[in-house]
Design a protein around this ligand. Structure first.
Ligand code: TRP
Ligand code: SF4
Length: 329
């Protein structure tokens, strides 16, 4: 299978990204031809006012990917804005995409509601799924790993492909299907969605001590006031983290020990920190060993490959559109 997926470079990656996205990508690259890219134009659609340093954010993002186990020798890693063909196809797709499809997009409507602090009544934000469609179909991706919120975008992508084929009487794109990752979402340490802006996240490049300080401060089952009070792991976030990062034996020990009050919360959190450390330590080490130059080279190589594929595709697209049918002479 050909797989394409992107991430917006809006800040440091946390454990939620690792579990929800990266682990999945790392698995997929073993058996498939994967293209992973930094969606920096997409980042601009919601953050054009934020004065982000997209160049350095993109570099750091790729560094996190590679440190986490994305293998640049088997996957192609590139930067969206370096491949102008994405923009070229986006322009064309915009011409044929009915506004109604975009205005009805449930993800769009949700985000307008949720991001009241941002002025996102822009053409770019409305047409976000059109650019995303270009990202995907330029590579003939048949599978696209995404989160649930992105599902409507894949639906739009398929509709655009069908419309293009119909209008220009050709079959040059592949209709992409979504690949929803099965892992459940990891909540932040305060029980809300894990997010940089809520200050409740454990980042991939947090030190051992930072992780411990964050876990130490996290709320546990409020019923466990004293060490001798039995608790209910199901209502405790630390237990969720154990289920995500600890082995079965520890998870069982936590469950039993919590219910019978034979372990304390501090002890339980220490085990949790150890399990998280098992994941983060190798990432941290790999990260420290990667130079900016190395990352630049990975990107350069990936960009070249992406460029080659998309240039060919755009030739076909332009032929289908500009050299068609009625030979007037
Ligand atoms: N919209 C995606 C997200 O927010 C990022 C993205 C951009 C993407 N282009 C893509 C994902 C193409 C998959 C394929 O998560
Ligand atoms: Fe949570 Fe562990 Fe304390 Fe139980 S023992 S309440 S699971 S931290």
């Amino acid at each position: 299978m050909r797989i394409v997926s992107g991430m917006r470079p809006t800040g440091k990656l946390h454990l939620g990204h690792y579990l929800g996205v990266l682990k999945n990508w790392i698995e997929l690259q073993k058996e498939n031809e994967c293209f992973f890219f930094v969606a920096d134009w997409h980042a601009l659609s919601t953050s054009y006012e934020d004065k982000l340093n997209l160049k350095s954010l993109s570099l750091e993002l790729v560094k996190d990917w590679v440190a986490s186990g994305i293998d640049p020798n088997s996957s192609t890693i590139f930067i969206q804005s370096s491949i102008k063909e994405h923009a070229e196809l986006y322009v064309i797709l915009n011409m044929i995409t009915p506004l109604g499809w975009l205005e009805r997009n449930p993800t769009y409507k949700d985000q307008l509601q949720q991001m009241k602090n941002k002025e996102i009544h822009t053409a770019g934000f409305l047409t976000y799924p059109v650019l995303q469609t270009a990202d995907i179909i330029l590579y003939d991706a048949n599978r696209v790993p995404i989160g649930e919120d992105q599902r409507p975008h894949l639906e739009i992508a398929r509709e655009i492909v069908r419309r293009f084929h119909h209008l220009f009487e050709c079959e040059i794109f592949t209709e992409p299907k979504e690949l929803l990752s099965s892992t459940s979402r990891l909540l932040g340490l305060d029980g809300r969605k894990m997010s940089k802006s809520y200050n409740n996240a454990i980042f991939l490049n947090d030190s051992k001590d930072e992780v411990w300080q964050k876990l130490r401060g996290a709320k546990t089952d409020p019923q466990r006031v004293k060490r001798t009070d039995p608790g209910d792991p199901e209502v405790c976030l630390i237990y969720d983290y154990h289920k995500a990062f600890s082995n079965e034996e520890i998870v069982k020990k936590v469950e039993d020990g919590c219910k019978s009050a034979t372990i304390g919360c501090v002890e339980c959190k220490k085990w949790c920190a150890q399990s998280i450390e098992k994941v983060l330590e190798p990432i941290r080490e790999k990260r420290a060993s990667l130079s900016n130059e190395e990352i630049d080279n990975i990107i350069k190589k990936g960009n070249e490959k992406a460029k080659e594929i998309t240039a060919k595709k755009m030739e076909k697209v332009n032929r289908a559109i500009f050299e068609i049918k009625c030979d007037i002479g």
